[in-house]
Write a protein that binds this ligand. Sequence first.
Ligand SMILES: Nc1ncnc2c1ncn2[C@@H]1O[C@H](COP(=O)(O)OP(=O)(O)OP(=O)(O)O)[C@@H](O)[C@H]1O
Length: 254
Amino acid sequence: MEIEHLSFAYPKTTTPQLDDVSFTLKPGQLTSLIGPNGSGKSTLFNVLTRQLVPTAGTVSIDGQAIADFSARAYAQKVAAVQQHNPLYDDLSVQELIRFGQSAYHFPLSEAADEAVIDEIMAFLQLTGLKKRSMQALSGGQQQRVWLALALAQQPEYLLLDEPTTYLDLHFQFRFLQLLKQLNQQKHLTILIILHDLNQALAFSDHTLLLANGKLAAQGAPQAVVTPANLKTYFAINSELVATSSGQQIVQLPD
Ligand SMILES: Nc1ncnc2c1ncn2[C@@H]1O[C@H](COP(=O)(O)OP(=O)(O)OP(=O)(O)O)[C@@H](O)[C@H]1O
């Protein structure tokens, strides 16, 4: 996915919320998108998921502008998991996940590929919950269902906007491990908005740092999550220290 000179301004605003942003989502990479509050991360996510139309620049996949894809063709390429998802209380887990297959079979019929759905439910440990209604699930379980719905689209790109916000530490870690597995085993290309810089360091191959709507830095996470960048863009003093396993982590001052 190529993002070239992308700009976006909400109506009636004087400065753009995205300003000449360019980067590439390389196939097979897990990319983290970080940046302070209000830096434009969700706006960028909404442009990439076609919920907002850019004021300038292009987003293309395999050389074709995303605006030129039909809804179904785009759903086969790109799936999204949002921070807030609507609650479909009356639907069972299995029924909701089947909707992901409408990228291929619409109107959704018996033609939905049940083997695909069963595999995804097994992978995300949802099989035992498949008959439950969404309202009878915990926040962490619901978030796995939304991920399953996205995977049922069998996309090439998975875009996630702070998907771990409502998860406790255990499920945050588990969710990110699942993403890493999907990335490594199924070669899914992933872009994830993260606030936790240690998660960005631990889980991503590539990091994008957005500040005031501009791409302030990009590269290997260790080259972007640096004390100098944290000072400049997050106004904090920090150190990077190595754990016993060699993993770099951000340490804040006492
Ligand atoms: N609908 C809107 N109309 C006008 N301005 C908006 C709208 N939505 C967001 N903005 C502004 O656009 C800028 C970028 O917001 P955005 O939500 O993309 O940031 P973010 O990096 O995702 O922030 P956070 O980390 O707080 O989630 C902010 O200044 C915000 O106030």
